[in-house]
Design a protein around this ligand. Structure first.
Ligand SMILES: NCc1[nH]cc(CCC(=O)O)c1CC(=O)O
Length: 318
């Protein structure tokens, strides 16, 4: 095939993690359709979220900061598919875009990176935990009110280095990211990784799952994507994204949502917290995978009702 007509044009951010996900997607597509990997061209697209490193993204406009420029490229027909961390995707897509495939999910759990062993319980009294995630900050405060949480942004390697250098006592990262980067087995000297149970520390909606976005009207690409979709992950994401959609489109709510699919059954756990961890509301659902989105939405509505307007008003003013 000539360079002017590749089999597919794949768009991605340029971070090491984004590229690892793009390569995995390309590998699966090439294998599924019997084409050389070189026929799937990777276009690296700069996004605003990668350039804002000095403040919490929730303050900089929240969701969409990692996706806007890539979605523009899709809408303008400069690429055929975009590869995203599901976690970074808003629950409402721009008109004309769809998510026709989710790849088999990596481990959904968070990992505590620290000098000490014993996970969160092993951290020193009053220790400092760096994270840019409102969910992780609130869950840390809930488990250990004595700990100080500090904003820590930057890519995975930068965050690991901050712990290694002792600027902070610990940080939390997605195990999925560490695995995809091959970092889990070569952490900097002196730091330990402790995987945290997903029931105790509910992961972010979409954590560990790669989502493929395409134009709604591009039947060819959508059909090509169907070959790499994993239904169990797609169903889990339907539940989690419906839950998130009921509660927050803005990325300002500390929120966790996690669905597990076993055969045709789905179980879902969701939690919302206030940023200092002093208040939390949790719920769960069990049901058929066929009603994934309805289960997630119903769980979201329950928590919205239980938390009440004052909970959300306090977040908006935070
Ligand atoms: N917000 C950044 C981001 N988006 C997805 C991942 C990890 C990979 C994943 O969850 O699929 C990360 C880094 C992290 O949270 O440690």
């Amino acid at each position: 095939m000539t360079q002017s007509s590749p089999f597919l044009r794949l768009g991605t951010r340029g971070s090491a993690l984004a590229l690892a996900q793009a390569y995995e997607t390309r590998r699966r597509l090439a294998a599924a359709h019997g084409v050389p990997e070189d026929d799937i061209v990777i276009e690296i697209i700069k996004v605003i979220g990668d350039q804002i490193l000095d403040r919490a993204l929730s303050q900089a406009g929240g969701k969409g900061l990692f996706t806007k420029e890539i979605e523009d490229a899709l809408l303008e027909d400069r690429i055929d598919l975009a590869v995203h961390s599901s976690k970074d995707l808003p629950t409402v897509l721009p008109d004309g875009l769809v998510l026709p495939a989710f790849l088999p999910r990596e481990d959904v759990r968070d990992v505590l990176i620290s000098h000490t062993t014993g996970g969160l319980e092993g951290l020193p009294q009053g220790g400092k935990v760096g994270s840019a995630s409102l969910r992780r900050q609130a869950m840390v405060k809930r488990a250990r009110p004595d700990l100080e949480v500090a904003l820590l942004r930057g890519n995975v390697e930068t965050r690991l280095r901050k712990v290694a250098e002792g600027t902070i006592d610990a940080t939390l990262l997605a195990l999925a990211g560490l695995k995809r980067l091959g970092l889990i087995d070569r952490l900097p000297d002196g730091v330990t990784a402790t995987v945290i149970d997903a029931d105790a520390f509910v992961p972010a909606v979409g954590q560990g799952a790669i989502a493929i976005e395409t134009r709604e009207g591009d039947a060819r690409t959508r059909e090509l994507m169907a070959a790499i979709n994993e239904p169990a992950t797609e169903r889990a994401l339907a539940a989690e994204r419906a839950f998130l959609h009921e509660l927050d489109g803005s990325c300002r709510t500390p929120i966790g949502g996690h669905a597990r699919v076993t055969g045709d059954r789905l179980s879902f756990s969701g939690v919302i917290l206030v940023p200092d961890g002093s208040e939390a509301h949790e719920t769960s659902r069990e049901g058929s995978v066929a009603e994934a989105a309805a289960l997630g939405a119903d769980a979201g509505r329950e928590l919205r009702g239980r938390a009440g307007p004052a909970f959300f008003a306090a977040l908006a003013g935070a």
